[in-house]
Design a binder for this molecule. Structure first.
Ligand SMILES: [Mg+2]
Ligand SMILES: [Zn+2]
Length: 194
């Protein structure tokens, strides 16, 4: 994407919420899930993007819908084990994620499955110094962008491969404050990181 003067800069951001699948790692094909470390494949530049956020002193929080747990495809323990592996891998690169919040529920069963805002509210309780006005979400689904809008947070939509894009991508792109091809590009729009 060529830089243009219209490309927004994200100023005053202290906390960056990241969706997981399709932002940090490659999304599984429709109907399949990333439940184990062996199925977890970083998207290009994702580790560097997280490290850059860490080095700039910003908080990095992962918020992820994992409906596969409700469907019995894997367990909460599998997700915890995967996230432990992810932490270990990032630590070896001098990077870290400050907290993970996961919705294990099926559709319309809870207050935390994005676009609901429960995962974010939990994070704001755990990090009282964080606030929506100083937070940004980077996500690849309409549900990420809609959650941000409900909370009054800024958002960047990661435009995935058009072949595997979910319905709602067009709407997400129009609602988000910016659209980027990757997490690394998105992080480059945060002030002092470009
Ligand atoms: Mg996603
Ligand atoms: Zn939930």
């Amino acid at each position: 994407m060529p830089f243009s003067p219209a490309t927004p800069r994200f100023t005053g951001i202290r906390s960056v919420f990241l969706d997981r699948d399709g932002v940090i790692n490659r999304k599984a094909p429709e109907g399949e899930y990333v439940a184990h470390w062996r199925d977890f494949h970083f998207l290009p530049g994702a580790e560097a993007a997280i490290a850059a956020l860490n080095q700039s002193g910003r908080r990095v929080i992962v918020v992820t819908n994992q409906r596969g747990i409700a469907l019995g495809r894997y367990t909460s323990a599998d997700v915890e084990a995967l996230h432990a592996q992810l932490r270990q891998h990032l630590a070896a690169q001098g990077a870290h994620i400050d907290a993970f919040y996961c919705c294990p529920h099926d559709k319309n069963q809870c207050d935390c499955r994005k676009p609901k805002t429960g995962l974010f509210e939990q994070a704001f309780r755990d990090f009282p110094e964080a606030s929506p006005s100083t937070s940004l979400i980077i996500g690849d689904s309409l549900s990420d962008i809609e959650a941000a809008q409900k909370l009054g947070m800024r958002s960047i939509f990661i435009e995935g491969d058009p072949e595997t894009q979910k319905p709602g991508a067009g709407k997400a792109a129009s609602l988000a404050d910016a659209v980027c091809p990757s997490l690394l590009d998105a992080v480059g729009l945060v002030d002092q990181l470009g």
